[in-house]
Design a protein around this ligand. Structure first.
Ligand code: IMP
Length: 435
């Protein structure tokens, strides 16, 4: 039996710079899954789901929570800002989405504290023109503390005595940094302690041995979705460093972030837009020139305004060279191609198939800034696609564009999305096939 015909664990990962539409794919596949687990990142991520006419914005909670039969997990590789997490739960409660006994938080996840957000913002200011363009949520400084072994984890937060000693020790270090490097007044221990002990109380019911739960789900061969956050080119190691986030956004990060073994993932679905976007700074080889951008629907119509920070996303042509590279980094075996409908009105659509004189994807951001994309031009189909549900009904020029993407990326397309709503989806492969 082939590997794909017995898939019970599917990883859904971003192939570009995040915002590819992973939330929609997770939401669709959640219907068929029992477990949905998020391995890394924090409330820097933003997933928008439109379900039954309602819009939901998720930052940390897996979007699979909208299906009452699922169990959702936030793994030890994630970083958790308690106030943002609790706010998200408040939103779910308002919309009558139940999450009690369905949402579990790893004891190993690190906690974002107020000094992380401050340091994130100070560091960005200090970098000036070289700023990363972070979300300002304290994600990088929180991961930095994890690696420096001065972080605070959920396991600490839910035990006030352990939290007290950890916070006392780390606040000394952080206050020195804030005062000496940034001229900021020292943060007081008591208000932070009181605020976070209360968060700890509220988080306690969610804290659970997520790693063991996922192991048991795997043993029972229960369908599990592994939800990626951000995208391959924001990966801390293989992304467009230093313009990256601070966690591993690749399939390898799913394993290390959730504490599971590789045999629990049978399929890796790479999610990519039918074009490219990037929010934040850093090289972007196929970025549109202003006259090309003017031909696209504007940022509101193309839904290219960030869920987390409200920033306009930079837009570019589809980069098949980059996608082949990120697919290899992840071991992708199927593509979900998103937002095809945004290209409906264009006369001409370009695909980048390589960079001149560049045999492999450059590691250096300086080099990547200078590459010269090789484009091929495709005629636009100039027809609406949002109402189409079956591949054969797509305009022939749209099918030719899609076939070329498959060929240039060397990966079959499993799903095509033609709008944000659940039903605006064309399925070519059901993905979960263990019937
Ligand atoms: P940080 O994760 O806030 O440190 O931001 C680092 C870089 O990652 C910035 O360029 C952000 O815009 C980008 N980034 C972080 N999370 C996301 C996301 O979910 N979607 C798109 N870009 C993101």
């Amino acid at each position: 039996m082939s590997k794909s015909s017995e898939a019970t664990g599917i990883a859904v990962l971003g192939m570009q710079w995040g915002d590819e539409g992973k939330g929609k794919i997770i939401d669709l596949l959640s219907k068929e899954a029992r477990h949905i687990a998020r391995a890394q990142g924090g409330n820097n991520a933003g997933h928008t789901i439109i379900a039954e006419g309602k819009e939901f914005k998720f930052h940390l909670v897996p979007s699979g929570i909208l299906y009452p039969h699922t169990k959702c997990y936030i793994g030890g590789g994630a970083v958790l800002d308690p106030s943002s997490f609790l706010e998200e739960l408040g939103g779910l409660k308002k919309s009558a989405v139940s999450f009690e006994k369905r949402l579990f938080l790893s004891h190993y996840a690190h906690v974002v504290l107020p000094y992380h957000r401050l340091i994130d913002q100070f560091m960005e200011k200090e970098r000036g023109a070289g700023a990363v363009g972070t979300t300002g949520r304290g994600i990088g400084p929180c991961y930095a503390d994890k690696v420096a072994r001065i972080g605070v984890r959920v396991a600490d937060l839910i035990h006030p005595e352990s939290f007290k000693s950890k916070l006392e020790a780390v606040l000394k270090i952080k206050n020195q940094q804030l005062q000496k490097l940034y001229g900021h007044s020292p943060l007081e221990f008591s208000p932070i302690y009181r605020e976070y002990v209360e968060y700890g109380e509220r988080l306690k019911p969610f804290a659970a041995p997520v790693e063991e739960f996922l192991y048991q789900a795997g043993r029972k061969r229960e369908r599990t979705l592994f939800e990626g956050a951000q995208g391959a080119l924001l990966d801390i190691t293989f992304g467009t460093y230093p313009f990256v986030t601070s966690s591993c956004t690749l399939s390898g990060g799913v394993l290390s972030g959730l504490g599971i073994g590789p045999s629990q993932i049978q399929r890796v679905v790479g999610v990519a837009k039918a074009y490219s976007t990037r929010v934040g700074n850093g090289p972007f080889p196929t970025e549109l020139k202003s006259e090309e951008l003017a031909l696209f629907p504007d940022h509101t119509a193309s839904r290219e305004i960030g869920t987390t920070t409200g920033r306009k996303r930079r837009m570019g042509w589809f980069d098949a060279f980059l996608l082949r590279h990120t697919a290899h980094l992840n071991g992708v075996d199927a593509l979900a191609l998103m937002k095809l409908d945004i290209l409906d009105g264009l006369d001409e659509i370009k695909i980048c198939t390589g960079y001149k004189r560049t045999p492999t994807f450059p590691a250096s951001d300086e080099e990547l800034k200078k590459v010269e994309p090789i484009y091929e031009s495709h005629p636009g189909w100039k027809e609406a696609t949002g109402h189409i549900r079956v591949y054969d009904d797509l305009p022939s020029k749209a099918k030719a564009y899609l076939r070329r993407i498959e060929e240039a990326c060397e990966i079959p397309i499993a799903i095509i999305s033609v709008g944000p709503e659940r039903e605006k989806t064309i399925w070519l492969d059901p993905l979960f096939t263990d019937y």
